[in-house]
Structures are given as C-alpha cells and as structure tokens.
Design a protein. Structure first.
Length: 110
C-alpha cells in the first residue's frame, strides 16, 4: 500500500491543504450563515418599506379574479401542508381567513 498513488486533488495525509481550508471557509458563506446576504436583504427591505410603494405593491399582488384567489389559497395551503410547524404568531383562526371575511380592508384601503 505504500506505493498507492494519491489523488492529485486530495489533501495530503495527516492534514488539510490550504485549498481545502479555503473551500471550507467559503462554504460557510452560503445558506443560513450568510450574514452579509442577511444584512443586504434587511437594508433593501427597509428602503422598500420607506419608499411608500408598499400599498401599490400589495394592490398589484392582490388576486385579479375569484379563480386566482382560490388558486393562491390552494398554493398557500399546500405550502403549509409541507411546513414542519406553523408559527403561532401568524396563525389565524379559520373564521378569520377567507373571502367572506370583510373585517379587513382591501390592500391600499384603510
């Protein structure tokens, strides 16, 4: 076994190469640990909220027909079905959800 050739890209036995260490540190920049991306997202969100375009965006995102509203509700329910657990802070009682609930203003109305 002493004559076995080592893969050219593999780190030397007994330690990681500097390339391997660099790749490991770069891998930590993605996913939930990407703090720079989080800061960028939070800053863009803050600027959007302060821009005064939120009501317009909400109106543009509203369903254009009853069929579209039903499709959106079905998609939301499907997403919830796959969720591990619903956030209790945003869960509404069933009676508060749906087109028959007129207590909430339409997007853009106050």
């Amino acid at each position: 076994m002493a004559n076995q050739q080592r893969d050219a890209g593999a780190p030397p036995p007994g330690g990681a190469s500097s390339d391997g260490a660099r790749q490991a540190s770069q891998q930590n920049v993605h996913g939930e640990g990407n703090y720079q991306a989080t800061r960028d997202y939070n800053e863009r969100t803050k600027r959007f909220m302060e821009s005064g375009r939120v009501d317009e965006a909400a109106r543009n995102a509203a369903p254009k027909s009853e069929q579209e509203a039903q499709e959106m509700a079905a998609a939301e329910n499907e997403g919830r079905r796959h969720a591990k657990e619903e956030d209790p802070e945003i869960t509404l009682p069933e009676s508060d959800i749906g087109p028959e609930d007129d207590s909430a203003p339409d997007p853009g109305e106050e």
